[in-house]
Write a protein that binds this ligand. Structure first.
Ligand SMILES: Cc1cc2nc3c(=O)[nH]c(=O)nc-3n(C[C@H](O)[C@H](O)[C@H](O)COP(=O)(O)OP(=O)(O)OC[C@H]3O[C@@H](n4cnc5c(N)ncnc54)[C@H](O)[C@@H]3O)c2cc1C
Length: 539
């Protein structure tokens, strides 16, 4: 039985990084009624809030969709896990908490592709508006925004030596890779506050929740959009064992992320007709780009056995773990506050490049078995190189008209030669970093890939067999002006009125770094555009 729900000005689908940001900004006007629908539940799990808990939430079906790719042809047909948050805060509630904006040129390229209003100068004010930088703002950083950005408090002797080692090789020490230049080595900035995760839920939704004009429905999965005369008039969703509908008077805003935003559009009959017809979905509106242009970061983790230094491996068991747990619960300090990567390195694989094309996530920890998250018994250090702007492209498409069947995700990692070559360079430079005079006193041996892995082919084989995504899928409903673009520069879906997309799927090109901060920035900007467009329509 269908129950007709109340009507709202805006219906937001998905309470992730973008959805929470928009819910806050749009409901700031008490005259506007906002309804946000989220498939996951409340963020009650303690593993969400204790930073090291990401190791648990990464594989926890109660807060994570746990997608997998189809067999990847260039990765020995392995299926790569694609975790995505299914909880208030979305992926920002289970991510590695690393705060990276990318390079100024990323946004200038977006603008150069015809997306007016998205150059670095245009977007910097929105990064600043979203941020409270602990220690104070400046030309690049905000100091009054909802999102707290902290520093790593548990700096490690061995990581300080890695910075010195980089300097020995001629790389710069960079205390602020989100400032004037990204290049160099320094500690990561974190979306944390007082030693706790600071998700988009904590930053944006919590302060807005008491507003009477904002309704949040959790554990409700949107199945499709309701369309009339090329306009979205509402949304159908499944909650508490029943289908419901609601009416959107002004707009529906899709914020379901790069995997499910294209899925919801295709389930609603919007997409590439040949794909929709294959699954018996009636075509409502043709938009060939939906689900295409998938881009993501791919990293392979290299490990070293270190000596004369302490690593985090020691704290993952026994008495040291108990002591750290006590320290955390009494003082909100210690190794339990550490993020997924601790030390950052942004470098150029070739000196003639204009800006870095490789990012390192470096941590003084190492896994014996990464799939089971079991740490080594000896002190270890991991360097994970990844290419910042891969050229391989994949896709996400429905594989059934049933909304509860996961879509087919094809990343096509390493399908372009430049991606393979850049990855190999990243691995070789990581080796150099661990082979300097500075590191001689601290490196016992390379464990993975190990000394026997020498040639380019051997390094690439290791990467194909052992690498994984860095969890940044974007681009599947790209903003642009070409025939594969899905939204215009104001994030309105081409050919359908009353429908916008605001999430990672609209990035035309992946930014040079982790994606949470850019997506929050995009939602901040989208909120202004939505409010401006409503004002325009009144005149
Ligand atoms: C394990 C992991 C580690 C990461 N580490 C970092 C990091 O350290 N730093 C960084 O910057 N980025 C990191 N990222 C990436 C970053 O968190 C994401 O890019 C960002 O959160 C995505 O934002 P979004 O708004 O596009 O989507 P999401 O935040 O994923 O939000 C989408 C929301 O929509 C909901 N939804 C989906 N389908 C439906 C439906 N049909 N009905 C109702 N609701 C629906 C989902 O449940 C989810 O809550 C990581 C991601 C993961 C998964």
């Amino acid at each position: 039985m269908k129950i007709m729900e109340a009507s709202y000005d805006y219906v937001i689908i998905g309470a992730g990084s973008a959805g929470c940001t928009l819910a806050n900004r749009l409901s700031a006007d008490p005259e506007v009624k906002v309804f946000m629908i989220e498939a996951g539940g409340e963020d009650h799990s303690p593993w969400i809030h204790v930073p090291v808990g990401f190791v648990k939430t990464m594989v926890d079906p109660s807060v994570n969709w746990l997608f997998d790719t189809e067999p990847e042809p260039n990765l020995n047909n392995r299926q790569i896990p694609i975790p995505r948050g299914k909880v208030l805060g979305g992926s920002s509630s289970i991510n590695g908490m690393i705060y990276v904006r990318g390079q100024a040129r990323d946004y200038d390229v977006w603008a150069q592709l015809g997306n007016r209003g998205w150059s670095y100068n245009d977007v910097l004010p929105y990064f600043k508006r979203s941020e409270t930088r602990e220690g104070g703002g400046d030309e690049f950083h905000g100091e009054q925004g909802p999102l707290n950005v902290a520093d790593v408090t548990e700096k490690a002797g061995i990581l300080d030596f890695v910075i010195k080692s980089a300097e020995e090789l001629g790389y710069e020490r960079n205390p602020d890779y989100n400032g004037a230049s990204q290049e160099g080595f320094g500690y990561y900035q974190l979306t944390q506050k007082h030693g706790r995760r600071f998700s988009a839920k904590a930053a944006y939704l919590k302060p807005a929740r008491k507003r009477r004009n904002l309704r949040i429905q959790t554990k409700a999965q949107v199945t499709n959009l309701i369309l009339e005369n090329n306009r979205v008039t509402g949304v159908k969703y499944f909650a508490k064992g029943k289908y419901h509908t609601c009416v959107a008077r002004k707009e529906v805003i899709l914020c379901a992320g790069s995997i499910q935003t294209p899925q919801i559009l295709e389930l609603s009959g919007i997409g590439n007709p040949s794909i929709l017809k294959k699954f018996g979905i009636q075509v409502y509106h043709e938009l060939e780009g939906i689900g295409e242009n998938l881009q993501d970061h791919y990293a392979s983790r290299m490990n070293w056995h270190i000596k004369n230094a302490v690593s985090l491996n020691k704290y993952t068991r026994g008495l040291p773990l108990i002591m750290e747990a006590l320290k955390y619960f009494v003082m909100s300090k210690g190794v339990l506050t550490l993020p997924a990567g601790i030390l950052a390195g942004f470098i150029r694989s070739r000196p003639e490049l204009e800006s870095p094309d490789i990012q390192y996530h470096i941590a003084h920890a190492s896994y014996k078995d990464p799939s089971k998250r079991v740490f080594d018994d000896f002190p270890g250090l991991t360097i994970a190189p990844c290419q910042l702007r891969p050229e391989s492209r994949g896709s996400v498409h429905v594989k059934s008209p049933d909304p509860f069947i996961y879509p087919a995700i094809k990343q096509n990692f390493f399908s372009e030669e430049i991606d393979c070559l850049t990855h190999i360079s990243g691995m070789r430079i990581a080796r150099k970093l661990m082979n300097t005079n500075v590191m001689a006193n601290y490196v016992e041996r390379e464990v993975l890939p190990g000394d026997t892995c020498e040639s380019d082919d051997e390094l690439l084989d290791f990467a194909r067999e052992n690498g994984a995504t860095l969890y940044h899928p974007v681009g599947t409903c790209k903003m642009g002006r070409d025939s594969m673009a899905v939204v215009d520069e104001r994030l309105r879906v081409y050919g359908i009125k009353g429908l916008r997309i605001v999430d990672g799927s609209v990035m035309p090109m992946l930014t040079s770094g982790n994606t949470n901060a850019p997506i929050i920035m995009m939602a901040e900007k989208a909120a202004d555009m939505i409010n401006e467009d409503v004002l325009d329509s009144k005149h």
